[in-house]
Design a protein around this ligand. Structure first.
Ligand SMILES: NC(=O)c1ccc[n+]([C@@H]2O[C@H](COP(=O)([O-])OP(=O)(O)OC[C@H]3O[C@@H](n4cnc5c(N)ncnc54)[C@H](OP(=O)(O)O)[C@@H]3O)[C@@H](O)[C@H]2O)c1
Length: 208
């Protein structure tokens, strides 16, 4: 039997790019999928393509840390628990460090790092010690190396490694933590990301 058959999966950052591709793939593999992101219209498009019972919408903003406990309970209860959670939401700031405000860099951390950590903490409070849960955290090659004009983004991805490698070391083997390290994937992340002054970057890139 395929690993994904009947698995209960939550994908955060499901409305475009890598997450959207993952939804389509897992629906074909007969997983039960809760999809989250801010853009409800994009999530609704995915639902229109899928058998209705198999896919559930849960719009959320991971920057809104106060709402994450309730959203996580909703995701957990919908299919009576979760087997795999993709912590895939992320945004990029593309500019020289000197041109980028500290406030914008903190905002990026609130999404890319603290938002995903808050979800992981909420999941741990719901998970029983003997149930198995996989957490797939989307890092990046820039979580391993420094990259010009991506200092805050690279730092947020490095921070995910530090946090989730440590969490793996302190928890039981029933919590399986996977750090996913993609290279360049042609998605909207550059277009929807910001320049250092907080305005939309608006340009497709040919490499991260
Ligand atoms: N593309 C690459 O080359 C590449 C390489 C390495 C790693 N990655 C990582 O892969 C992940 C997916 O990125 P992508 O390339 O597929 O870009 P994308 O198409 O822009 O996808 C980003 C996803 O994150 C969601 N998101 C952003 N801010 C959010 C928030 N505050 N709350 C909830 N969801 C939020 C977006 O949905 P909404 O805007 O609807 O909220 C979208 O679904 C990111 O973590 C990115 O850092 C990408």
């Amino acid at each position: 039997m395929d690993f994904w058959e009947n698995k209960r999966v939550w994908i955060i950052g499901a409305s475009s790019g890598i997450g959207e591709g993952l939804v389509r793939c897992l629906i074909k593999k007969n997983a039960w999928v809760v999809v989250s992101a801010r853009r409800k219209d994009r999530l609704e498009q995915l639902r229109n393509e899928s058998p209705s019972a198999q896919l559930t919408l849960l719009p959320m903003d991971v920057e809104d840390h106060g709402s994450i406990g309730e959203k996580t309970k909703d995701a957990w209860s919908h299919f009576g628990g979760l087997d795999v959670v993709f912590l895939n939401a992320g945004i990029a700031v593309r500019d020289r460090s000197i041109e980028t405000s500290l406030d914008l860099e903190k905002k990026l951390f609130d999404i890319n790092f603290w938002g995903l950590v808050a979800v992981a903490k909420a999941l741990l409070s719901l998970k029983s010690p003997d149930s198995l849960l996989h957490l797939a955290v989307t890092s990046s090659l820039s979580g391993k190396y420094g990259v010009p004009k991506l200092a805050a983004y690279a730092a947020s991805k490095h921070a995910l490694h530090g946090y989730f490698d440590s969490l793996r070391a302190e928890t039981s083997s029933n919590l399986r933590i996977h750090l996913v390290i993609p290279g360049f994937v042609r998605t909207d992340i550059a277009v929807t990301g910001w320049k250092g002054d907080g305005t939309a970057n608006g340009k497709m890139q040919n490499a991260l």
